[in-house]
Design a protein around this ligand. Structure first.
Ligand code: NAD
Length: 247
């Protein structure tokens, strides 16, 4: 039987831990994941990036969904799992957290910005797809809900979208490079709360494994990479991480 104390020992014996998180770490903060029963994809199909670019109707639908779900993201606070990761990073034992999440909760838990590698961007603000100017969501929300106005960049006229990576949109080069480098250099790689089916993000744990890191998966259900793991813990994230990474 696998015990959480096995993970504690692995962490103690390691030189450099890297965390890799998915939507599952934030469900205990009240943000639904995508693939659990009742998750977002069981209710509606994602809007593809090309559809966002090509269709005003899809852009309206995109912003409508964003603001319908926005309150959940705004009121969410980090949970025990986020704080445990923050503790191991601030102790110097873990170097970074690579995340597929867009909710900013690792930063909110106290992990410095430069130690959070966001593979899929950040949903707490927006940016111009052409010139990358940052826009705050409050202003966009006011014009969209009040005057039905779709946001357009005031500098270049480009389309504005939340600063996230949609399906069909290219991955951001620098975060991917940083994630690959962290995965290559660590000796313990811990995947937390991800079904590990979204590619290319799900390649990153395999890079760690190929470079002889020990691979741990902590997830309630089986994942697509279970066959590569050295340790699998099928349990609740907050409970396990707070027991393993104590203050
Ligand atoms: P996913 O929904 O595919 O998988 C989440 C996994 O976490 C599931 O296997 C589920 O069983 C597990 N899980 C959920 N709560 C758990 C808990 N408390 N304890 C243990 N396990 C738990 O998520 P994914 O692999 O991250 O892929 C989804 C994509 O959607 C990602 O690319 C991410 O960008 C995005 N997303 C982000 C958020 C967010 O920012 N919070 C939320 C939804 C989706």
């Amino acid at each position: 039987m696998i015990k959480s104390s096995d993970l504690k020992t692995m962490i103690e014996d390691s030189r450099d831990v890297v965390f890799f998180t998915g939507a599952g770490i934030s469900t205990e903060s009240g943000i639904p994941d995508f693939r659990s029963p009742g998750g977002i994809w069981t209710k509606m199909a994602p809007i593809q990036f090309q559809d966002f670019l090509n269709s005003e109707e899809m852009r309206r639908e995109y912003w409508h969904r964003k603001f319908a779900a926005d309150k959940t993201l705004r009121i969410a606070k980090p949970n025990e799992g986020h704080y445990a990761i923050e503790r191991l990073i601030s102790s110097g034992k873990a170097s970074v957290v690579i995340t597929q999440n867009i909710d900013n909760l690792h930063q909110d838990s106290g992990v410095p910005e430069e130690k959070v590698i966001e593979l899929h961007g950040n949903g707490t603000f927006a940016s111009c797809l052409t010139c990358d100017t940052r826009y705050e969501l409050d202003n966009i929300k006011e014009s969209f809900l009040g005057n039905h106005q779709l946001p357009i960049c005031k500098f270049c006229g480009g389309l504005i979208k939340t600063a996230t990576i949609s399906f069909g949109q290219a991955m951001p080069l620098e975060p991917v490079r940083q994630a690959e480098s962290a995965a290559s250099d660590c000796d313990l790689f811990i995947c937390i709360g991800s079904s590990l089916v979204v590619h290319p993000a799900a390649q990153i744990p395999l890079i760690a494994k190929d470079n002889r890191a020990t691979l741990v998966i902590l997830n309630r259900e089986t994942t697509a990479l279970d066959e590569y793991a050295d340790l699998i813990i099928n349990d609740e994230i907050g409970k396990i991480l707070s027991a393993v990474i104590t203050p």
